[in-house]
Ligand binder design. Structure first.
Ligand SMILES: Cc1cc2nc3c(=O)[nH]c(=O)nc-3n(C[C@H](O)[C@H](O)[C@H](O)COP(=O)(O)O)c2cc1C
Length: 266
């Protein structure tokens, strides 16, 4: 038995001993099969689907009333895919230096913004776009330190009303960036999902879509960072409930999924 099989069998035994086989349950709930076509159970009427309806449920996070800060036009990122592929690696130490607002905006645009007037940079199941991007700005030229929500349609940021004090952030990050052990990223981009936007249309499979789409977003940010000579770290090292509190979201209708830390590499 190869070691991975052994570990999987061991883990499975433990899960069964706990009375759950969460892995199976979790994944089975997101499956679609021959006897289960049409996602009828969702209440979504595919026969009368309309782009207008899809658009209404898409990207519905309301602005919080704070005046949005328009971001500079994204820079043109000119890079060879093959070069990015060979240079890609996770940054383990960030230099203590700032990143300009235009570069931050470029990454947000690549991650979840619009590539043309009506097409986003990344794909989304059914074009629903259930994700939200937040920026925890630590060292961005032209942007006060704080937490912001990205508005893709306006290519703008709105300040969040969250408690964005450094101790609360350090708690949410489990001290991962304390005392400069990993250096000093200029900002974190946090990806959350407003699950209902997908679940409304795709039922429990919508949950799987949210996870997959977060991967598209962070990978686009990683590649664009490299093209701008910035380092990035895909990062799951946070406490979910603390991060949700930090972002002032409820953790149920919207919850944190993923994060990407960005800055100059040492
Ligand atoms: C979903 C995901 C979550 C990750 N979370 C962390 C993390 O919390 N902390 C960390 O140091 N690295 C994290 N990483 C980076 C991986 O450790 C890294 O990609 C792996 O060691 C391979 O190294 P490379 O990216 O330099 O090729 C994460 C990567 C992925 C894809």
């Amino acid at each position: 038995m190869v070691i991975n099989d052994f570990l999987a069998a061991d883990m499975r035994k433990q899960m069964q001993a706990d009375g759950y086989d969460l892995l199976d349950e979790f994944h089975a709930a997101s499956k679609v099969g021959a006897r289960f076509i049409g996602w009828d159970h969702t209440g979504y009427d595919f026969s009368s689907r309309s782009e207008a309806h899809d658009f209404k449920i898409a990207n519905v996070k309301r602005r919080n009333g704070m005046a949005p800060l328009l971001l500079p036009e994204p820079s043109l990122v000119d890079a060879r895919l093959d070069d990015l592929r060979t240079r890609r690696k996770s940054t383990r130490r960030f230099r203590r230096s700032s990143v300009c607002l235009r570069n931050l905006g470029t990454l947000l645009n690549h991650g979840y913004g619009f590539a043309t007037d009506d097409r986003r940079s990344v794909p989304s199941g059914g074009g629903v776009y259930p994700l939200e991007l937040y920026v925890i700005a630590l060292n961005v030229t032209g942007l006060p330190t704080g937490t912001y929500h990205y508005l893709p349609h306006e290519h703008a940021l709105e300040r969040c009303g969250s408690d964005d004090s450094q101790p609360t952030l350090a708690q949410a990050l489990d001290g991962a960036f304390d005392e400069g052990q990993a250096g000093f990223p200029a900002f974190h981009i946090v990806v959350t999902a407003a699950f209902i936007r997908n679940v409304y249309k795709y039922g429990l499979r919508g949950y799987r879509l949210c996870l997959l789409e977060a991967g598209h977003v962070v990978h686009a940010i990683i590649l664009a960072s490299l093209a701008l000579d910035l380092g990035s770290l895909p990062n799951l090292n946070f406490y979910d409930a603390s991060m949700d509190r930090f972002l002032d979201i409820d953790g149920v209708t919207e919850s944190v999924l993923y994060m990407c830390s960005v800055g100059e590499s040492e």
